[in-house]
Design a protein around this ligand. Sequence first.
Ligand code: NI
Length: 221
Amino acid sequence: MRFLLEPLLAEDELQDLVSVLHDPAAPWIDGASTAGWHARDLKRNHQLDGESPLHQQLSARLEAVLTAQPLVQAAAFPRRIHGLLFSRSGAGEGYGRHVDNAWMGGGRSDLSFSLFLSEPEAYAGGALVLESPAGEESFRLPAGHALVYPSTLLHRVEPVTAGERLVAVGWIESRIRHADQRELLFELDTARRCLFARHGKDEIFDLVSRSYSNLLRRWDG
Ligand code: NI
């Protein structure tokens, strides 16, 4: 299941982040240095140096925002949010078709996210394209909005043909390993919240809540 965070960042948080990233002193490096061996030739972008104090500070801030997001909690069940990268692509840059590594330094990749930091009008091309059995889906979201999608999918970033595309990407290791179980739990939780809104904490709510909690315990892994 993929879902959108519309928006993830408030306008002032977005402006603050973008201005820091545009500071001439920000340490940008060649993005191919962090690609897996089979993706190195496909990846053309620049990334904020992961070793830099600025990167540590910005990624900690974003991890906190994501963790506090109710939809992330309800649908992704994050155990760890990890591997955050700030990526900048200019004309001719992009990232060819690939699947993300299952294991990263910080944990397993169950879900991937892309937070768009440039307005779609600021660049041409540069769509994030997901391939699924149902076909291809293409995303160019407004600045501050994010897409969370299964890390199991093949995907690509189409070449930027003009302007500059700024994004933050990263991964979520979920407490619930299987995508179908995450989806079922999300639906059950949504139904439970609807019941609560309509009838308050009645007997049915208690029974559904018990099943929800017990499934969380059973499927934790
Ligand atoms: Ni990827």
